[in-house]
Design a protein around this ligand. Structure first.
Ligand code: AMP
Length: 126
């Protein structure tokens, strides 16, 4: 299938510097910033700088350098926040929504990293 990326989405605008963000970490290929409506004391969004819609798009079409940088940056965010299992932050949840059933709001691939409180079971009953 052909993926269609909408360059007007809000994360594309953040990447172009058109609107501000609360950056946690930035690399050549990846940006991590705080969610504007946090669902936990720490709620970070990790996004690739390239135009990818969702996880599978990123997985199939990103370069090895982008893929490596994204996952390493995600781990580095966890290390920086001290939320790795066994650290004071006590663990985290990393989730990525995709498409309609995933209730994805912003069509630019992103990983949510949530931490700072017990997060309960992964899914609530529908
Ligand atoms: P999703 O439903 O997985 O697409 O999540 C999109 C997330 O983006 C939500 O948690 C929003 O609170 C967050 N969000 C939307 N606009 C901004 C923004 N300008 N800065 C930071 N986070 C945002």
């Amino acid at each position: 299938m052909a993926y269609v990326y909408d360059p007007t989405n809000i994360f594309a605008r953040i990447l172009r510097g058109e609107i501000p963000n609360n950056t946690v970490l930035e690399t050549d290929h990846t940006l991590a910033f705080r969610d504007i409506q946090p669902q936990a004391p720490d709620h970070i969004l990790v996004i690739p700088k390239g135009p990818y819609v969702c996880l599978d798009h990123f997985a199939f079409e990103a370069s090895d350098a982008e893929l490596l940088d994204f996952i390493r940056t995600s781990g580095e965010v966890c290390r920086m926040l001290g939320i790795r299992p066994g650290e004071a932050g006590g663990g985290y949840r990393a989730i990525s929504n995709a498409g309609e059933n995933g209730a994805q709001e912003v069509p630019h691939y992103h990983l949510h990293i949530l931490a700072g409180r017990p997060l309960g079971r992964m899914l609530n009953p529908a």
